[in-house]
Design a protein around this ligand. Structure first.
Ligand code: V47
Length: 344
């Protein structure tokens, strides 16, 4: 099969549901067989004080959430100490855009973690945060990215991508990092030999064509840099925020979107069903629709659970592994760069 163009990709939404699933599954099998990857990780969200005002966000204390917090470095280090004992291999650190902490608060924590726990992979700072820090502290993207590396950041998460179509983006998160800026930051990161992920927030006001456009833009940069490890479609959670959506997206539409992204993103090796936003059950089914990664055990999560996801306390490792096995796949623990660590 050749490369799928925009029109063909859009038409796939009207294809037979199971044929579409089979096509995506064939690509998944070719790339990964029956393996489903996960890692033992911990999400840390150190502050929810935010200068930006994204309509979909229930986490930020500048929206409906009245409970502001900002963690001290000691509090963050204590969490890392605990998760290290439990065998976590990665911390995923993402914050709101807090103008009160100073640049050092954002960056020095990475150095402190790296010094104490050199074996833990630090995945941190979305392109939206990089954009915020550059603007707030009058630095170039190059300077911020170099400071991240100097301080011990290993890879960048895929957050802040939302929907790249400018009209939808302007409606749901006006003023935040633009699509062009988001790509510029990831391009620069990849040029430094570093890897990152890319997300897509869907199931709100966007249309199918916006999702396809989103995937095409990712495919274009990936052709140039090869720096994306993984694509992560995030299912919109609709509670406690200002983005009103009449009908929640259906499971059928979610699975079609997974399958189409597996087919369109022929140059991105991994497709993650982030169980936090899809539910665990649908993430397990998504394995049949192209997904080969289920993120990880997470342990604690604040951004999506604020908007209604049932993920606040993560999932136990034994249960997670058991669910993957029972659904007919092989659970493979990976590190953050997709090296295989253990077949469970
Ligand atoms: O960028 C915010 C999203 C993202 C809502 O790189 C929402 O491995 C759904 O990017 N409903 C942060 N989503 C999370 C993220 C992520 C998650 C897991 C793995 C990786 C990775 C990255 O959460 C934000 C935004 O798109 N988000 N509010 C909401 N109401």
């Amino acid at each position: 099969m050749g490369r799928i163009d925009f029109e063909t990709a859009l038409k796939l939404y009207d294809a037979d549901f199971f044929d579409l699933g089979d096509e995506a599954d064939a690509v998944r099998k070719q790339l990964h067989g029956k393996k489903t990857y996960f890692n033992i990780n911990r999400h840390i969200n150190p502050t929810n004080v935010c200068k930006d005002v994204c309509k979909f966000c229930a986490y930020s204390a500048s929206r409906k959430n009245p409970n502001q917090y900002t963690m001290s470095h000691d509090e963050i280090l204590k969490i890392v100490e605990e998760i290290d004992k439990k065998g976590a291999k990665e911390v995923h650190i993402v914050s709101a855009h807090n103008p009160n902490t100073g640049l050092e608060w954002y960056l020095e924590i990475f150095k402190k973690i790296k010094q104490a726990y050199p074996h833990i992979h630090i995945k941190a700072l979305t392109a939206a945060e990089v954009n915020f820090l550059a603007k707030e502290y009058n630095k170039s993207y190059d300077e911020i990215l170099d400071l991240m590396i100097e301080n011990g950041v290993d890879s960048m998460p895929g957050g802040g991508a939302e929907i790249f179509d400018e009209k939808v983006r302007n409606y749901i998160c006006k003023g935040k990092v633009s699509s062009d800026e988001w790509f510029e930051i990831h391009r620069k990161w990849h040029e430094r030999g570093k890897k990152s992920n890319v997300t897509m927030l869907f199931g709100h006001v966007e249309k199918r064509e916006h999702r396809i456009d989103h995937m095409m833009r990712i495919r274009d940069l990936q052709d140039e840099t090869g720096g994306f490890n993984c694509f992560i479609p995030l299912v919109y959670q609709m509670e406690n925020n200002y983005l009103s959506v009449k009908e929640p997206i259906t499971a059928n539409e979610i699975l079609r979107t997974f399958a189409i992204s597996r087919l369109v993103l022929d140059n991105v090796p991994n497709l993650k069903a982030y169980w936090v936003t899809s539910t665990v059950n649908l993430a397990l089914v998504a394995q049949e629709f192209g997904a080969n990664d289920l993120d990880g055990t997470i342990q604690k999560e604040s951004i999506n659970s604020a908007a209604g996801a049932k993920s606040a306390n993560g999932i136990e490792l034994e249960e997670f592994v058991g669910l993957i096995k029972d659904s007919g796949f092989i659970p493979v623990e990976r590190d953050s760069l997709y090296n295989e660590l253990k077949v469970w």
